[in-house]
Design a protein around this ligand. Structure first.
Ligand code: HEC
Length: 142
């Protein structure tokens, strides 16, 4: 064997190892991308569902601070019930004394009259608890 071919045979396993490392790395990269795009697809699906549910509210409620038939829902999570300036609430809502959080919003949205008897929101409620949860998650973002 010449010195030259020895060098070559030393080189081969080395480059093979690098190729292997590269293959493993790029597989990981591809899996990471696949997981990432699945998650993105899931969150787009979730957002689409939430927007569809919120479509039932937005005829009366804005998310931009302007009152309509209902008070704006901007910043509603963490707010005291019946306190948006400039909105004429019913006596029932003004005196309800509720802090809007996950629990109270879930009860109110399931059955508005059950939680605040006599409030004047003309909406009968959302039966599906998963839809309510998605909606409340959305309300936290506005
Ligand atoms: C047809 C109009 C209408 C629809 C639809 C409607 N609301 Fe209302 N909402 C109102 C009115 C009016 C009030 C004020 C009730 C009162 O003063 O008794 C209100 C009050 C509220 C409050 C209390 C706000 C506060 O400042 O204390 C929340 C929370 C709320 N609505 C959420 C929703 C959500 C979420 C939806 C959609 C699932 C929805 N509403 C659908 C009209 C509506």
């Amino acid at each position: 064997m010449s010195r030259r071919s020895e060098t070559r045979s030393n080189f081969t396993p080395q480059s093979g190892h690098n190729a292997y490392v590269f293959a493993v790395r790029s597989n990981l990269l591809i899996s990471a991308c696949a997981v990432g795009s699945l998650m993105a697809a899931a969150s787009i699906a979730q957002n689409t569902a939430t927007v569809a549910v919120f479509g039932q509210c937005e005829v009366c409620h804005s998310v931009n601070g302007i009152n309509g038939t209902g008070p704006t829902l901007q910043g509603v999570v963490g707010r005291q019930s019946g306190t948006v300036p400039g909105f004429r609430y019913s006596r029932a809502m003004k005196s309800a004394g509720i802090t809007w959080d996950d629990k109270s919003l879930d009860r109110y949205l399931a059955d508005p009259q059950e939680l605040v008897p006599g409030n004047v929101m003309p909406f009968s409620g959302i039966v599906d608890s998963a839809q309510r949860a998605a909606l409340i998650a959305y309300l936290k973002t506005i």
